[in-house]
Design a protein around this ligand. Structure first.
Ligand code: G3H
Ligand code: 13P
Ligand code: ZN
Length: 309
């Protein structure tokens, strides 16, 4: 089976009230852990690559590893560019075999975001590639967010119809209170489901994307803290909220930090217990298994996409 776009998976997910997991990948063990889990759960997958991942691992290596995963699993897998910030980067991924790209123009003014997104959509659609865009701004990697004016970062539902119709984009990431990384909420976790509901009313049947959706699973944070790390106060999106989002218009749920925590916690524990070991297979193997277990949990207990491949 070749790489697929998200068209079919989003249609089924929207109608079925579940979401597809979009997992960030940076190396072979991460790709293997995720895809082995999806194979056992018969789940469709989005594997996404950031520009940082592309710099770290090299475009060709990542494409070939994902192709190997398809050969091994025979699953419908979409290869997606996460947070593309320029037309050139998106073009390079479209030309280089990705089946989906995100153009993140959320830091630009509305009209400029439309212009840039439209340019990417025209290029990508011509080559059969789908495009995700973003309206509203998440904290975490968008450093320029004005923290004194929190509402300015939320998506404005009154803008979404114009944005989608003028750009022709295939899915839309919105900001409803999540953020990237392991420190999402200082106090109680709160998401603006009212904004999601408004967006859903304005764009019936249209797939919405949730970034910054790691739950920052306490088991792995505790493991890190117990074995020499320091992550006090790490906090993510409660799983109940993700289940609710998946039952609404959210068709793609982005998870990266949870994978990092699982991998790092497992490796820290391994070295604490085996201080004289130095064979990378001995610690990368358990890290890959931890990712597999985590992803199975996400697919079955949170996203509800198991059995949907
Ligand atoms: O949203 C950001 C993703 O977690 C990717 O992070 O740019 O460090 O690869 P990265
Ligand atoms: P997390 O940091 O919550 O895993 O979010 C990942 C993400 O949104 C990638 O685009
Ligand atoms: Zn993101």
């Amino acid at each position: 089976m070749p790489l697929v776009t998200t068209k079919e998976m989003f249609k089924k997910a929207y109608e079925g009230g579940y979401a597809i997991g979009a997992f960030n990948v940076n190396n072979m063990e991460i790709i293997q852990g995720i895809t082995e889990a999806a194979k056992e759960e018969n789940a469709p997958l989005i594997l996404q690559v950031s520009s940082g991942a592309r710099k770290y691992a090299n475009h060709t290596y990542l494409v070939k590893l994902v192709e190997a995963a398809i050969q091994e699993t025979n699953l419908p897998i979409c290869l997606h560019l996460d947070h593309g910030d320029t037309f050139e980067l998106c073009k390079s991924c479209v030309d280089g075999g990705f089946t989906s790209v995100m153009i993140d123009g959320s830091h630009h003014p509305f009209e400029e975001n439309i212009k840039l997104t439209k340019q990417v959509v025209e290029y990508a659609h011509d080559k059969g590639v789908v495009v995700e865009a973003e309206l509203g701004r998440l904290a975490g990697i968008e450093d320029a967010v004005n923290v004194n004016d929190k509402d300015a970062a939320f998506t404005k539902p009154e803008e979404v119809e114009e944005f989608v119709s003028k750009t022709g984009v295939d899915s839309l990431a919105i900001a409803i209170g999540t953020s990237h990384g392991a420190y999402k909420f200082k106090g109680e976790a709160r998401l603006r489901f009212d904004i999601l509901e408004e967006v859903q009313k304005k764009l019936p049947g249209f797939p919405i994307v949730l970034h910054g959706a790691s739950s920052v699973i306490p088991e792995f944070v505790d493991m890190i803290n117990q074995f020499g790390g320091q992550m006090p106060g790490a906090k993510g999106v409660p799983e109940d909220m993700l289940r609710k989002a998946a039952s609404m218009a959210v068709c793609k749920i982005n998870i990266d930090s949870d994978l990092r925590l699982a991998m790092t916690g497992t490796i820290r524990k391994y070295f604490a217990e085996n201080p004289s070991h130095f064979d990378p297979r001995q610690y990368l193997g358990p890290a890959r298994n931890a990712i597999k277990g985590l992803v199975k949990h996400k697919l079955v207990d949170v996203l509800g996409c198991n059995g949907k491949a």
